[in-house]
Design a binder for this molecule. Structure first.
Ligand code: HEC
Ligand code: HEC
Length: 241
């Protein structure tokens, strides 16, 4: 009896951490797109403070830059100009592990709680839209943009809007004026099921698209300007005579 109890205990001690690991390492098992719960819902409900968020944003500057412009090579997305609701959803998903982002995860974890997420989102939302971003650079730019526009208007504009401005209340990101290579990477990963937090309706829509078609749509969206107050306007200051 004694050995039975102790071996059962030993098995339980061995199994418990494995079960706990399985639960934390496969969070997508019960992931439902944009379900209003946990940190995500709390951050959306919180009143974000841009001045407090500026301090939280300091750990993001190394990659996303102080301007929020990211990198024009597409390795790091532009955040300035993105809807606060989208920023909050993506940060919460990255923290939860349902959107893979190993390089950013330690920094995302430095944001303490839902209020911290709301603050940093409020700060990013206060930034002006940087004047330059990565674009498609091929000699056939005009043809790509024209082809991409036709494709975009067919099946994407219903959600991302006539000009790629997205929809804040529905968590549809702004894609106009985002870096070309980032757009292409995200579209490919969403199509191929690698961005696990993606909207399931979008996944269905984008599945049949070829790589060439995604290049064209990315070239088109990157040829547009991101909506919002541009830094050029903000830096122009009062007119002088
Ligand atoms: C080590 C570099 C790095 C740091 C530091 C970093 N990020 Fe990121 N971030 C990335 C990368 C790379 C991506 C895009 C990942 C991908 O391709 O899916 C990203 C994506 C994002 C996105 C999603 C954007 C979108 O359009 O979907 C948000 C929001 C974001 N980061 C916010 C932050 C905030 C806030 C901080 C600071 C707390 C931060 N990041 C720090 C590298 C970084
Ligand atoms: C049913 C609405 C819907 C449709 C249709 C749709 N999308 Fe999306 N798209 C979304 C949502 C929602 C997200 C954000 C997903 C998430 O929560 O991570 C997204 C994300 C994206 C992103 C990543 C943006 C970023 O900042 O990381 C790109 C690029 C994109 N969509 C392009 C497209 C293209 C191109 C099409 C047409 C082929 C399309 N979408 C059709 C809803 C849609």
């Amino acid at each position: 009896m004694k050995t039975f109890v102790s071996s059962t205990l030993a098995v339980a001690l061995l199994v418990a951490p494995i079960l706990a690991w399985a639960q934390t390492s496969r969070p997508e098992a019960d992931y439902k797109w944009a379900r209003m719960d946990g940190e995500f819902a709390a951050a959306l409900a919180a009143q974000g403070s841009a001045p407090v968020g500026k301090v939280g944003y300091e750990s993001c500057v190394g990659c996303h830059l102080a301007s929020g412009a990211g990198r024009s090579d597409g390795s790091i997305p532009q955040l300035a100009g993105q809807h606060a609701t989208v920023l909050i959803k993506q940060m919460a998903d990255i923290r939860k592990g349902v959107r893979d982002n190993p390089s950013m995860l330690p920094y995302a974890r430095q944001l303490t709680d839902a209020q911290g997420l709301a603050d940093v989102a409020a700060y990013i939302e206060s930034l002006c839209v940087p004047p330059n971003h990565g674009r498609y650079e091929g000699a056939d730019l005009a043809q790509q943009v024209a082809a991409g526009k036709t494709l975009y208007q067919g099946q994407c504009k219903g959600c991302h809007g006539a000009n790629g401005a997205g929809h804040a209340a529905k968590f549809y990101p702004v894609i106009a004026g985002q870096h070309y290579k980032y757009l292409l990477r995200q579209m490919t990963e969403i199509r191929d099921g690698k961005r696990r937090n993606a909207n399931p309706e979008m996944v269905e829509v984008i599945k049949p698209y070829t790589n060439e078609q995604l290049v064209a749509i990315s070239a088109y969206q990157a040829s547009l300007a991101m909506p919002g107050a541009s830094c050029r306007l903000r830096n122009a200051g009062p007119a002088t005579k």
